[in-house]
Design a protein around this ligand. Sequence first.
Ligand SMILES: *Cc1c(COP(=O)(O)O)cnc(C)c1O
Length: 372
Amino acid sequence: MSVMSAMSRPIRATINLAALRHNFGIARLHAGAAKLWSVVKANAYGHGLERVVHALADITDGFALIEVERAVQLRQAGLDVPILMLEGFYAPNELPLFIAHRLIPVLHRIDQVQQLLGAGWPTDLPVYLKLDSGMHRLGFDVVGLKAARTALTGKVAKPTLMTHFADADGPRGVDWQLERLAAMTAGMDDPRSLANSAALLRYPHAIGDWARPGIMLYGGSPFPKMRSAPELDLQPVMTLQSEIIAVQSLDTGESVGYGCTFTADRPMRVGVVACGYADGYPRHAPTGTPVLLDGQRSRLLGRVSMDKLCVDLTHLPQKVGVGGTATLWGRAVAGEGRDSVLPADEVATAAGTISYELFCALSSRVPVSEIH
Ligand SMILES: *Cc1c(COP(=O)(O)O)cnc(C)c1O
């Protein structure tokens, strides 16, 4: 271990499982009587599937993901809470796995219904039917829905009707989709699964019986320009940190990094941080993207390299230098506690993306540890 840490670059990610459980509590608060699928696809949005499942297993109503191999691993590790497969199955040869491990599929095509019935689906293993209420990605239209329900009636338990919102985080909202859904499902009393994080936080009337929060569990705001994660009482789960490994003094007119995209307009002190796009930091983050240096706010300078990025030390005390901690996002363990949280949303927004992408892109070369 000491050899390993002596050999390691100073970059590290920390996953705060107490924060994860806190954020789940916020989802629970908003859900009221509705149940919660904790969405853990994509390796729990980059946070590590096993550790996230382990931390939430006793408080969630189930887990939702995409990857059947990972779902089977969870079952083999002894997990016995419901598991929902958000994209269902891709080919009928997966159905024995679904049955053996009690994985609930989301069906979105009529041929899947026929394949499922042909595979000897157990009457007590639930299924979801996905409805296209306007997003036009996956789901049945009104005719397909009726055909699917008719085919399933008497052969499997009552299906849950699920739809996904296209703009719950944006100006169109959800009501236009709820109206279409109501028209498509008139007279059907099946349970509904509607809300993602955005709808859960924003539209109490659009939750249904089972909500499917993802990003909010990890401390990302689904609509950071409207309400930030701290305003939503969401805590960062992933913290990405490295160290300043060199300090440069720039004269006026000197540039830093590839493409010479940043030029000093006065003498500057610049820190070089051991973190780059090969670690998952977004290459498109421009000069000005926020960063915490020993817990104090500063900014990125110039272009992000594969293994390094540069930051502004000019306004910070001299003691912030080589060996100083750079928090790229998450919670800095700052002495005075000022500016100790940098939501990933702020970095994502500066880089023209969303926190989801930053979390999912955390590179496998970054060592991950957890705190409880
Ligand atoms: C990923 C996903 C979610 C979770 O969305 P968030 O915006 O992360 O809350 C919910 N439902 C479906 C179908 C998904 O694919």
